[in-house]
Design a protein around this ligand. Sequence first.
Ligand SMILES: [Zn+2]
Length: 446
Amino acid sequence: MKIYGIGGFSEVGKNMTAVELKDDVFLFDCGLFLPPIVELEESENVYTEKRLRAIGAVPSDDMLDGLGLRNKVRAIIPSHAHLDHIGAIPFLAHRYNCPIIGTPFTIEVLKTLLHDEKMHHLDNKLKTIQPNSFCYIQGKNKKYKLDFINITHSTLQTSMLALHTDEGVVLYANDFKFDNNPILGQKPNYEKLREIAKEGVKVLIVDSLYSGDERKTASEKVARTLLEDVLLTTDNKNVGLFVTTFSSHIARLKSITDFGKQLNRKVVFVGRSLNRYVGAASGIDLCPFRKEIELVAYRKQVEKKLRHINSQRAEHLVVCTGHQGEPGSILDRLIKNKLPFQFRERDHVIFSSSVIPTKINIENREKLDSKLKKRGVRLFTNLHVSGHAGREDLRDFINLINPEHIMPAHGSHDKTAPMVELAEELGYKDKKNVHLIHDKQKLEFK
Ligand SMILES: [Zn+2]
């Protein structure tokens, strides 16, 4: 068995791992590295495979060509619907003669991406597998079983992926936390994980982004309580009320909607990415609050609605894009007076998010916050809990799975190296059975 870290082992983003077994190769995830795209967004909007490769925004999967592996790829398997896991599929999947297999929500979001990137028609079959179910994938000379094990994260239908091979299970656990009160969706499937552990995990590829944070990551119910506290117990009579959060975080959006209703405000979602994820969720009946909200995405609609809200601000709760201060987002356009709503003194803007710590995001948010403050807007920031496991969750996870080998993933080494230290505490040895690699590096397991 050989495993190639193609992307996401030297940065937070463009996740992709290839597993090679004799005649067959499986690709886990195929994501974007977003910081260079945020920069690109301001100049132009046409993305091509060539351009995205040039700026390092997609995984270096062309390394497979030189190794003669491209034609052996039997499936592309995204673990969940976040862009750093599926965003490169519209640009790269055409290179492979194989299906793309994911949970219904993941595939639904992927379809909206394909629709947006009109020039990328894909011949690959899109196959959906329910969470806590499995499929078989035909290799050259044998069939492989693949389990989609339900796990909690910050979007719906996230899976740990267990590929059963003659050499043991490869468990791909990229992006998860253990949340026993997830607000929406199912709890982690601990029983299945125990079963997989019993079968024997050869290699565990594991989200180690917060392996240095000594914590157990809090449940989504904590974020709900933070929101409740600000929305229901702060005086917000007669003021504008805006909340911004991750568009893919359907559970969070449900909490915001619930409290908006309790305030007797009309809840209006504004922005294209909210439209994408909420549309995908309601398309497969996973959006229980769809009837409670109004959703406006396109320019004319957005302008008309915001003009109305401007004069009736106390009757609405607006959920919008822009929590990272992204250029072109609704908050960014509002503060630049490009939309017909003017913030007033004492209006509330609530950030149900944390700043993703890259230079460009930090700068964008500083600019946005200072402009909002200049207008006398009250800011409520960090009403958020992470979707990623902390060090103590990872300790429990390793003890539960007891893998032969560990590959820390999902970040540059300053983020993921503490996973090596943790593994050593649990009896593993650096470079012997815990392997910290960079993008484009290969590991061979005998
Ligand atoms: Zn994720």
